[in-house]
Design a protein around this ligand. Structure first.
Ligand SMILES: Cc1cc2nc3c(=O)[nH]c(=O)nc-3n(C[C@H](O)[C@H](O)[C@H](O)COP(=O)(O)O)c2cc1C
Length: 186
């Protein structure tokens, strides 16, 4: 199964157009997939006192939503993340997803996520190029997120970035070409 992890608050966003294109491709190919829509599903990204106690005592988590997401991850052979770049990195809700769902002895330690054979991050940003995102303040995906995934046993990771997605000032052809590329590469 493939799992899409999506984090954008607006149905009119370009990220949502990318999501729809990915869904279209997965349907065309008859792939089995699930969508985790972090904002719509009101995922709480805050690593709480309860989370901390569980972490310290190595106990089993009691949060139903985290447990549900962990089950989905264990059933997945591929993950596709879709989110906008916020402040040269992932939105907080995606970071919180890693903090709270990729727990010890689930994602690393006694148990790995080596069932996941491929991860693709699809990101958008206002700045035009990937280099502008990756160089000025560190590299949010190739270094940081790929590093996290490798720590969890996932080594086949890709970053598909689309810049110049600000306030809809580009012509239709610009957006259509991106969506064609997404369809081809996913
Ligand atoms: C809180 C916040 C932080 C942002 N930080 C950046 C940034 O660091 N670099 C950048 O190029 N764009 C930044 N942006 C712009 C978004 O990445 C851009 O609007 C989005 O990718 C456009 O895609 P959308 O139509 O799906 O929203 C930021 C936007 C917000 C709301």
């Amino acid at each position: 199964m493939k799992t899409i992890i999506y984090a954008h608050p607006d149905k009119n966003s370009f990220c949502n157009s990318i999501l729809q294109k990915v869904i279209q491709k997965l349907n065309d190919k008859n792939y089995d997939y699930k969508i985790i829509n972090l904002i719509e599903e009101k995922f709480n990204p805050v690593f709480s006192y309860e989370d901390h106690l569980v972490y310290k005592k190595k106990e089993v988590l009691k949060d139903d939503q985290v447990l549900k997401y962990q089950k989905i991850l264990k059933e997945s052979e591929e993950l596709i993340f879709i989110f906008p770049i916020y402040w040269f990195q992932t939105p907080a809700i995606v970071k919180g997803f890693l903090d709270r769902v990729f727990t010890e002895d689930f994602a690393f330690g006694q148990s790995w996520l080596d069932n996941i054979k491929k991860v693709t991050f699809i990101t958008t940003a206002a700045l035009e190029t990937k280099e502008e995102i990756a160089n000025d303040f560190g590299n949010p995906i190739d270094v940081n997120l790929f590093g996290v995934l490798k720590y969890c046993g996932i080594n086949n990771n890709f970053w598909l970035h689309f810049g110049g997605i600000g306030h809809g000032e580009k012509d239709k052809g610009f957006y259509d070409n991106i969506l064609k590329e997404v369809y081809k590469k996913i």
